[in-house]
Design a binder for this molecule. Structure first.
Ligand SMILES: [Cu+2]
Length: 148
């Protein structure tokens, strides 16, 4: 009787796992923003940036073309480049994250440029950033403000 119960339970687990595997393939793309942080703004500064790892765990590429935040009137993607020994920031209109791949946003490279704050951006608080994909999905992230 106990053996029968165990087998039944095992079958249930297998069925549940199979169902989960099936539904996963039909799910919308997944995007995570890990180790994300926003640089705290010194008093008087009108701009700052967000950094972290954008991780696409899905089977399809994600193309981000929309950037916004309720805490900033102007959000865009920038890339810092070295031009003739000078560090320059250039706007980038879209960010592609291949299937099962990641893109790093880091000082000196890609970053989310946050301009025209609508609130005080202090360490210990969080700000929300929304990334919109070309497939119409919006990914929202709550990112801690840190002094680094
Ligand atoms: Cu920038």
């Amino acid at each position: 009787m106990r053996k029968l119960f165990q087998n039944g339970l095992l079958a249930l687990f297998l069925a549940a796992g199979w169902l989960a595997a099936c539904s996963r393939s039909e799910q919308e793309p997944e995007l995570a923003f890990e180790q994300a942080w926003v640089r705290a703004m010194p008093a008087g500064m009108k701009m700052t940036a967000a950094f972290g790892q954008l991780i696409n765990s899905g089977e399809q590429a994600i193309e981000i073309t929309g950037f916004s935040s309720p805490s900033f009137d102007d959000v865009s993607l920038h890339r810092t480049e070295q031009v003739e020994g000078m560090s320059k920031m250039r706007p980038v209109s879209r960010l592609s994250i291949a299937a099962r791949d990641r893109v790093e946003l880091a000082p000196g490279g890609f970053h989310l440029m946050l301009m025209m704050p609508t609130t005080v951006i202090e360490p210990g608080t969080r700000i929300v950033v929304n990334l919109k994909s070309t497939s119409g999905q919006t990914f929202s992230f709550s990112i801690p403000v840190e002094r680094r």
